[in-house]
Write a protein that binds this ligand. Structure first.
Ligand SMILES: [Zn+2]
Ligand SMILES: [Zn+2]
Length: 347
């Protein structure tokens, strides 16, 4: 089968690999229908994910059809359409039992698919702990609608959940890339008083204004003064930092009012400065990523109910055989790309 493979730092290539087989009783084999390219894939390509194993198939955001299951799998059957969770987790350890599945202590726990074990930019993927890693897609939900449920939408959902958003809050979201927009959608479900989105790319700002006219938009140069002017207590009540750019961590805590919650979703390339003397007395609460991806059922139910729709994010669809060109497009943000759906069924 065709599989997009991490060869070494800087190089991914479409290679021919044997179709994966079940290894553990809890495994499922999934025939991938749609896969997507995520910024985290680019982090692997650029060598900033040290635990990524050369030789693995990349891709951790996908939907497909169950082909076969091991004897220990309870929740899915061959033929089921499923969303694949970015995280692998056992469901039984201390962290899993508390919902902190990102820190599952199983040796293959956490972000394994497309990083430490073969992922889903391929025709088939083996999913360990399939009872936790796969969620049946409701009949009325299409593959395109479900494509992001296991990764970027899960991230936005988790971020909105832990940020403790209330009806009186002004919420500032830094970054309107794909994950920023998913975060925005999930923040809107909490119905805060006001949402401000800060983004420096004019095309992305335009996308937000077009699709979500109830949201205020601003660029990074004006965001501090703008947030202060559009909030009730001298700054945002809740800040979600999803940009991960040079200055955005600083903006996140500066734009927050005293006693605010600042949730850091972004994955930075470099260490960030936490200048405690400057923020002394501001009494901020910081929460940090990555996602605990255990809300897929709720997310798919919200999609089925028409309350979440990420299909506008899919700006391009390409067959798996053209994935290298799709990476190039995505990485260099050409042609107004937001997300690419990779059709693996017509490899
Ligand atoms: Zn991702
Ligand atoms: Zn666990």
């Amino acid at each position: 089968m065709l599989a997009y493979t991490y060869l070494e730092k800087g190089t991914f290539r479409l290679t021919d690999k044997p179709k994966p087989v079940l290894r553990e009783p809890g495994d499922a084999l999934v025939r991938v229908t749609l896969s997507s390219i995520c910024t985290s894939d680019l982090h692997i390509k650029h060598g900033s994910v040290p635990r990524a194993v050369p030789g693995i198939t990349v891709g951790h955001e996908m939907v497909g059809v169950v082909e076969s299951v091991g004897p220990g799998v309870q929740t899915v059957r061959p033929g089921d359409r499923v969303s694949v969770n970015v995280e692998t987790f056992c469901g039984e350890c201390f962290f899993c039992r508390h919902g902190y599945v990102n820190n599952c202590t199983d040796p293959s726990g956490g972000w394994a698919l497309g990083c430490r074990i073969d992922g889903g930019q391929a025709e088939y993927v083996r999913v360990p702990y399939a009872d936790q890693g796969l969620t049946k897609i409701p009949e009325s939900v299409t593959d395109r609608q479900a494509l992001f449920a296991g990764d970027i939408l899960a991230t936005g959902f988790w971020a909105a959940r832990i940020t403790e958003i209330g009806p009186e809050d002004t919420v500032l979201i830094l970054g309107a890339g794909p994950t920023g927009i998913c975060t925005l959608l999930c923040v809107l479900l909490k119905a805060p008083k006001q949402v401000i989105v800060c983004e420096k790319d004019p095309a992305r700002l335009r996308f937000v204004r077009e699709h979500y006219p109830q949201v205020l938009t601003v660029g990074p140069e004006e965001v501090l003064a703008f947030t202060q002017a559009h909030s009730d207590h001298g700054g945002a009540d809740r800040v979600l930092e999803v940009a991960g750019a040079e200055e955005t961590f600083r903006l996140a805590w500066q734009c927050a009012r005293p006693n605010a919650v600042v949730t850091v979703v972004a994955l930075y390339d470099r260490p960030q400065l936490l200048p405690l003397p400057e923020m002394y007395g501001k009494n901020l609460t910081f929460k940090t990523g990555g996602v605990d991806g255990c809300d897929s059922q709720e997310i798919l139910d919200l999609i089925a109910a028409g309350k979440l729709d990420t299909t506008p994010l899919i700006t391009h669809t390409v067959p798996l055989r053209d994935i290298a060109a799709a990476y190039d497009l995505f990485e260099h943000r050409r042609d107004g790309v937001i997300k690419v759906a990779v059709d693996c069924s017509m490899a």
